[in-house]
Design a protein around this ligand. Structure first.
Ligand SMILES: [Zn+2]
Length: 156
């Protein structure tokens, strides 16, 4: 390969000379700027991520085939009491204010879809029922007890 600047036969390398990419010999390299070889990673500019403003999520009940049970406030209250939690503690666990829990338990405030799901998870309850008409007990989870009768008999 010939150097494009001096014409000398050489082990030419690509370089930018006066803004033009050329194959030049090491001797001529100093006239130009060496082209960045692929192994050298150029610090790439990261595009500034545009913050996408999300619209506040509205209740999505209408998009679901499940509906909040009619006595949700009673279910929440009794479940919370069974767990031995105060309204403050429950509110803290699910990231809601105590007054919100109180309102929900009094039936003054219908829990949002998001809050209802958190309550379900935290209290181990089911607040939604199928609109299709399937009884709620059909969908209930069947978690087995930890102790069986056999455990007691073996002790004998
Ligand atoms: Zn040269």
């Amino acid at each position: 390969m010939q150097c494009e600047l001096c014409g000398r036969e050489c082990n030419c390398r690509p370089a930018i000379v006066d803004g033009v990419k050329m194959m030049v010999c090491p001797g001529c390299m100093k006239h130009g700027k060496a082209v960045v070889i692929s192994s050298q990673v150029e610090p790439s500019r990261k595009p500034i991520l545009e913050r996408i403003k999300r619209p506040k999520q509205k209740d999505v009940y209408k998009d679901m085939d499940k509906e909040l049970v009619s006595n949700w406030n009673e279910i929440i209250k009794s479940a919370r009491q069974k767990k031995g939690l105060t309204r403050e503690q429950l509110g803290f666990k699910i990231g809601e204010r105590t007054v919100t829990i109180s309102k929900i338990e009094n039936g003054d405030l219908r829990p949002s879809d998001n809050v209802a799901k958190k309550l379900e998870k935290e209290l181990g309850i089911s607040l939604f029922e199928e609109v299709s008409g399937a009884p709620s007990y059909m969908t209930g989870s069947s978690s087995g007890g930890s102790l069986t009768l056999g455990d007691f008999i073996k002790k004998e």
